[in-house]
Structure formats: C-alpha cells, structure tokens
Design a protein around this ligand. Structure first.
Ligand code: UDX
Length: 430
C-alpha cells in the first residue's frame, strides 16, 4: 500500500520506516528541510538503534522517500498518518497547534485529489480531538464530507524510545479507531503486515487507550518508587521485593523498576494532559495528580542522599554518569538528570558528566556542565559519583574505573552498576 507519514519525529519516522520495512511504499514528509535532507541521504535525524540501517535499506529498495511537499506526499499515497507533535501548554493541557495546522493544510490538498484517501491520526491527542478538530478541518478545507470524500481514523502508537523500530515491527496490539467500516478496512489491511492482534473500535476509545496506557505505566512506576522509598527506609532493596511482586500474573514484572522516576517526551506530558482533560470535564483525577507529584520529587532523593553522605556540595566536584532519560537514546527531554544536575549546580557543585549519546542535547539545556568522552574521565578527581541512566556499558565498569575519584561515594538512581565488579555503592531505593 502507498502511505504518507506527516511529521518525522520518533513516532513518524519509526512508523514510516517500519511500514516500509514490511513492504509498503512510504513517503515521509516534514516541514523541517534539515530532517528531510538527512533522511534523503540515508541518515537518521534521531538516534534510535537500527533505524538508520532500516532507513537506508528501505530507500535502497525504493520503498522509502522523503519530501517537504505535503502535496506530493498525499497525492502519491492512499493513506496519510498525522504524526506531528502534541506538546503541552503552560498549564499542562495539550497544545493542538500543529494538529490544527496540519489538518487544515491536508484539507486543502485533499480538495485537489480524486479518489478515496484515508487520513489517520497517530499523534497522541486527547479524546475528542480527531472528531472535533481534525475531521472538521479536513472537511472545511477540502469541501468534502468525511466518510464520502475521504476516510478517517485514529491509530495510536505505543513505541518506546530506544526500541522504537522494534516496537513498530513487533507491536503487542494494533488499535484502530475508525470513522466508518470503509476507513477501518483500509487501516486494518495496512497493518496486517505486522501479524499482531487488531482491535477495531471508535475514534474516541482509541484516543483514550493511548492515554490510559501511558497513565497506567507512569502510575505503576510511581507506585514502584513509593514502595522503593519505603524499602530504602527499611534498609532493603526494592528490586528484591518487586521481583516477587511482579511474578503475580495480575501485576506483571514490567515497569516496576524503582529509581529517580520517569522522564521522556510522553509520560510527563501525557499524564498531565489527561489530568487537565479530566478537570475540564469536571472530574479531578487525584491518583494521576499524585503519580505526577511523586515523580517530581523522586529525582531529588538522590541529591538528598548525596548531601547526607558527602556533606556540603559547594565547590565539590560531582561525576554524573548518564544524562539521557533512558538508555539507548540521546533524548534528554524531561530527563530526571535535568532536575538532579540543576539542583547540584544550585548547591554550588561542579558537574563532570558522561553520557554515551545524550551529552550534546543536555549541554544545549544546561551548558554549565562539563562533559567527558568516557566515564573514567568524568570520574577523575570527583568527590562523589551519581549514576542517573542505566546504560548497558555502565554494567561493565569495575572498581578500577572509579579509582581516580578523590573520595569514593557512589550512588545510583537507576540499577546500573554490577555489584560483582564495583563495591561500596548504594541506590536511591536499594
Ligand atoms: C513511553 C511508553 O512506554 C510508550 O508506550 C509510549 O508510546 C511513549 O512513552 P518512552 O517514554 O519512550 O515510552 O520510554 P519508557 O521505556 O516507557 O520509559 C519512560 C520513563 O520511565 C524512562 O525515564 C524510564 O527510565 C522510566 N521507567 C521505566 C522507570 O523509571 N521504571 C520502569 O520500571 C520503567
């Protein structure tokens, strides 16, 4: 099938590349010329394992194109996915600016198109958005009626950064919110290449499924952190507890890793947007508000622990291992490391950091941090070390790597170090 993907962020580019890898013909469209130029020359504008190779191989087989022309993308495809960002407004509610723009522009292109075309929203949008914003804009600007002149749907994406392509290629389920049977049939056929269970439902349900999934996982992490904070007070390791708790089939072992809390471009933003949507509907989502509040405080626990162990941080040199919000990504958006490092700087500490991929993005936000090209260099002369991201390479560190520290205080915010190789460290919840 011929597909266009409008917006080439994590979701758009990974989805487009995954669909091309499965044999569809995909046109990736973005207004950002730099991004498109990179994709055209076989480079991925974001760091994501396996993505660049997949872009190249799909382009070689002439199944992946990139363009800045919305008209070209839509006119040469049967289905268009809207994958533009949905950031937050100042109050945490969803900012639909890009959705508004793109749906108007797509309506204008639809006006000049013959034949049936399906527009599906993949961006995370609060329930009601597709039916109240996207479809009306498409109708107004195309002069066509949804369900007659064009089809529409909402197909949420559940991919994680760091394993985005793999998640696209091996989804647990495909949820199709359909305007009508015809739109749903097209979207089901398109997704059949993945061999995953397909659930067809209405558009609003599909929109809420995405928020409910993210809100549940975020709450599960905050729950694990709450138990972790109690475990720490008891002098036990939260992971010993959660290993047993997770064996209960009703609970599952996933997303029970206690630490310095969740970050990234989705959980913090989406849970807050759902809270705001609930409030706007006259309901106060207290559980979700608490999950967010707990998460805001969680990164600071490592700073408290550090101050307890090291005393005043003024003028002290602190090595920070890991800046990205999770391993295998260079993304630092809402990374707990931002809060931790800001706090260290506020206390007058000097920060020597190392992250395999995220240093550049981090320094764009907090330029006062010195970044080094290995963990060992960052550790040299440090008065203490904190570990904030569980990069696999940190598992390989041994006592020798920490031997250049002036004082040996090592605290983990994530389970990252190997206790068989490194001695004498502690964690926020262990
Ligand atoms: C998340 C959802 O998992 C994905 O389905 C959705 O499409 C986008 O948002 P992502 O933000 O990429 O994906 O990463 P994820 O692996 O979910 O981790 C999010 C944050 O939670 C990270 O900061 C991670 O370190 C943290 N986390 C995760 C924990 O603190 N404990 C856990 O047990 C799991």
């Amino acid at each position: 099938m011929k597909i266009s993907v409008i917006g080439t962020g994590y979701a758009g580019l990974s989805t487009g590349t995954g669909l091309a890898a499965k044999g569809h013909h995909v046109i990736c469209m973005d207004v950002d010329e730099n991004r498109i130029d990179k994709i055209k020359s076989g480079l991925s504008p974001i760091y994501e394992p396996g993505l660049e190779e997949a872009i190249r191989s799909a382009a070689r087989e002439e199944r992946l194109e990139a363009t800045t022309s919305l008209e070209h993308a839509m006119k040469n495809s049967d289905v268009s996915f809207i994958c533009v960002p949905t950031p937050s407004k100042k109050d945490g509610s969803i900012d639909l600016r890009f959705i508004e723009h793109v749906s108007r522009d797509m309506g204008m292109v639809l006006r000049g198109m013959d034949g049936y075309h399906v527009v599906a929203v993949k961006s995370t949008v609060v329930p009601g958005t597709t039916e109240r914003v996207v479809i009306p804009n498409l109708e107004e600007f195309s002069g066509k009626n949804a369900g007659e002149g064009f089809g529409a749907g909402m197909v949420p994406e559940f991919l994680r950064e760091g394993s985005a392509l793999k998640d696209v290629l091996e989804p647990d389920r495909i949820v199709i919110g359909e305007l009508d049977r015809r739109s749903g049939d097209v979207l089901e056929e398109l997704h059949s290449v993945f061999g995953a269970p397909v659930i067809r439902t209405n558009i609003k349900v599909a929109e809420l499924v995405k928020y409910a999934s993210n809100a549940f996982l975020a709450t599960k992490i905050s729950f694990a952190n709450e138990i972790g904070n109690i475990a720490k007070k008891l002098g036990i390791d939260a992971y010993d507890v959660m290993k047993c708790v997770g064996l209960d089939n009703r609970i599952s072992p996933h997303f029970l890793r206690a630490g310095i809390g969740f970050g990234g471009s989705c959980f913090p933003k989406d849970v807050m947007a759902l809270v705001r949507k609930g409030s706007a509907l006259g309901y106060e989502p207290r559980l979700l508000e608490e999950a967010i509040k707990l998460n805001r405080g969680q990164p600071l626990r490592i700073v408290d622990l550090l101050r307890k162990r090291a005393g005043s941080l003024k003028g002290r040199s602190i090595a920070v291992l890991g800046l990205a919000f999770k391993p295998e990504t260079d993304d630092v958006r809402e990374s707990p490391a931002l809060r931790v490092v800001s706090e260290l700087l506020r206390y007058g500490a000097r920060v020597r950091a190392y992250d395999p991929k995220g240093a550049e993005n981090f320094r764009n936000v907090l330029p006062k941090v010195s970044c080094f090209s290995t963990a060992r260099e960052a550790l040299k002369g440090a008065d203490a070390c904190i570990v904030l991201t569980e990069w696999p390479e940190f598992r390989e560190l041994g006592d020798d790597d920490f031997s250049g520290m002036r004082e040996r205080i090592i605290i983990e915010g994530r389970k990252a170090l190997n206790p068989n190789r490194v001695s004498g460290f502690e964690g926020v919840c262990w």
